[in-house]
Design a protein around this ligand. Structure first.
Ligand code: NOJ
Length: 539
């Protein structure tokens, strides 16, 4: 049974804390900061991949699943991290990238050298389909100097694995068992809803070919098999599937406990409400109606059908939510606490991305040279090829690049923000002297997160309550109700920089305020301040 009191914190290891003076974060840096995370109150840490990798896609191109990249530390550092973590009741979630491996992985190398057994580990065809890679260009590249092509839904250095082959599945299940035996208690499965590919692959020029490999029924079978062969053996293990372009129906199937697939899912629809015509590399203000409707439809359908969501605003693939949804010039702090309330009191498991708890925002890089992410660099070239000027293309990268979230964690107001004592692999954001942990720890945002985490631990209604849309027609407020037995909790989140009035249903007028980011009293006609959140409980 999933423990619904838990809150998970995501660390991007490369950018968290460097202790060995190479400008790259490491395991000792994580150990060093465990007391800080314990103070915040989180239960589990999700680490982006720290396995050996040529780092073409920052570790999502794995060349050895059962070792650690020396740049992050040794196996004994890892063991120390697990041990010290347990002293603080903090467990660890590893990032399993099981859809693809780096072309530097021995499996791909042996396949290239002509070994038939390993060629069957990959998706090789004489005739490529017309699918596009998610990082731009064709999804197929020539397999060595043969007449065949291998599939790569991501970068050409990330070759898709052939899950139809039982030997591949067993090898991957062994990897999960290996890390469980080493003390890992959570797994995040990268793009796990694209692992199921048909035997015969068809051309499909609609939507880059996504329908041909996304959420295929066979994927549910593979997840059941993995569950039985690995993490399902320990009911305390937490799993989360990253679901690319998915549907509510599939996410219910992935997470309903009786199906024995996964504990929860990440979906990204709510983070596409600022895409013009559904395209990422565009600039547009967010569509509040669309955001609210998505939260409501997912919240209600998952609640009615026993599904379970991972709740998040930020991760290493997204520009900071504060820049997207809040007037940060005037309301960074209130906006940060409002966004936090809107997910931490909702139904699902909340995730905090490093720096969110102090209100970190995007850096103001001023040159394309400052970006290192492969997807951003490809996108810049693509935008130029489409006819955008260098200035226009740069503005889009600046707003949308994944590097926005990957800048070093801002610990203090000293050179390199206390992340490292040498030049970091990616520039520190210019705002580090005002936004940093040293200042933030006694600040409003950090303390507010502490309270939200604590409330989840003590109120079963936050953990278990059903989800119902509230104030569906409001054009400023995202509201929802949770219910457990006779108890009801109303959560109102005001997404704009002005005051707004809302009529409070009678039932809540005698309720108690669990939390608000402004001093407030309950009134029949409630006036919400800019970016105000309020949660009212009636027993
Ligand atoms: C999703 C990961 O979050 C992202 O960072 C990565 O580039 C792709 N999957 C490919 O592994």
């Amino acid at each position: 049974m999933l423990d619904k009191t838990k809150v998970i914190y995501q660390i991007y290891p490369k950018s968290f804390k460097d202790t060995n003076h190479d400008g790259i974060g490491d395991i000792q840096g994580i150990i060093n900061k465990l007391p800080y995370l314990a103070e915040l109150g989180i239960d589990m840490i999700w680490l982006n991949p720290i396995f050996p990798s040529p780092q073409n896609d920052n570790g999502y191109d794995i060349s050895d699943y059962c070792a650690l990249d020396p740049v992050f530390g040794t196996m004994s550092d890892f063991e120390e991290m697990i041990r010290v973590g347990s002293q603080y009741q903090i467990e660890f979630m590893f990032d399993m990238v099981l859809n693809h491996v780096s072309i530097e992985h021995v499996w791909f190398k042996k396949a290239l050298a002509g070994d038939q057994y390993y060629q069957d580990f990959f998706i090789l065809r004489d005739q490529p389909t017309d699918w596009l890679s998610k990082f731009g260009g064709s999804a197929w590249s020539q397999f060595g100097n043969t007449n065949r092509y291998y599939l790569h839904l991501y970068d050409q250095t990330q070759a898709d694995l052939n899950w139809r082959n039982e030997n591949v599945r067993n090898a991957l299940f062994d990897v999960v068992n290996f890390w469980m035996a080493k003390g890992i208690r959570g797994f995040r499965f990268d793009v796990i809803n694209v692992i199921g590919k048909d035997e015969i692959l068809k051309n499909n020029s609609v939507n880059e070919g996504k329908a041909e490999y996304t959420d295929k029924p066979i994927t549910h079978e593979y997840l059941k098999m993995m569950n039985q062969a690995s993490f399902g053996k320990n009911p305390e293990i937490i799993t989360v599937g990253e679901m690319s372009s998915t549907t509510i129906e599939n996410c219910i199937l992935y997470t309903a406990p009786d199906r024995q697939e996964l504990s929860m899912v990440f979906n990204f629809h709510h983070l596409k409400v600022d895409y013009a015509e559904g395209k990422k590399w565009t600039i547009q203000a967010f569509d509040f109606q669309a955001l609210k409707e998505l939260f409501h439809s997912w919240g209600e359908a998952m609640s009615e059908n026993d599904g379970w969501n991972a709740l998040f605003w930020n991760n290493h693939d997204q520009p900071r939510a504060l820049n997207r949804f809040v007037d940060i010039q005037n309301y960074r702090v209130k906006g940060a606490t409002m966004l936090a309330t809107s997910i931490h009191l909702s139904r699902g498991t909340p995730y905090i991305y490093m720096g969110e708890e102090i209100g970190m925002v995007d850096p103001a890089f001023d040159s394309i040279e400052d970006y290192v992410d492969v997807e951003s660099i490809n996108a810049y070239q693509m935008l130029l090829a489409e006819g955008k000027s260098k200035t226009q293309a740069f503005e889009i990268i600046k707003a949308k690049s994944r590097d926005n979230a990957r800048t070093p964690m801002q610990w203090e107001d000293s050179e390199y923000a206390g992340f490292s004592d040498v030049k970091p692999w990616l520039m520190v954001a210019d705002n580090y002297s005002t936004i940093n942990v040293e200042k933030g720890k006694t600040g409003e945002i950090f303390e507010y997160y502490q309270t939200l985490i604590h409330l989840r631990k003590i109120y079963p209604i936050i953990q278990e309550g059903t989800y119902h849309a509230f104030a569906k027609d409001s054009s400023e407020i995202y509201g929802f109700e949770r219910q457990l037995g006779q108890q009801k909790l109303l959560v109102l989140n005001h997404f704009f920089a002005k005051e707004v009035e809302i009529e409070l249903p009678e039932a809540y007028q005698g309720g108690k305020i669990l939390i608000s980011n402004y001093p407030t009293e309950i009134q029949a006609k409630l006036i919400l301040k800019p970016y105000q959140s309020i949660a009212i409980l009636v027993e």
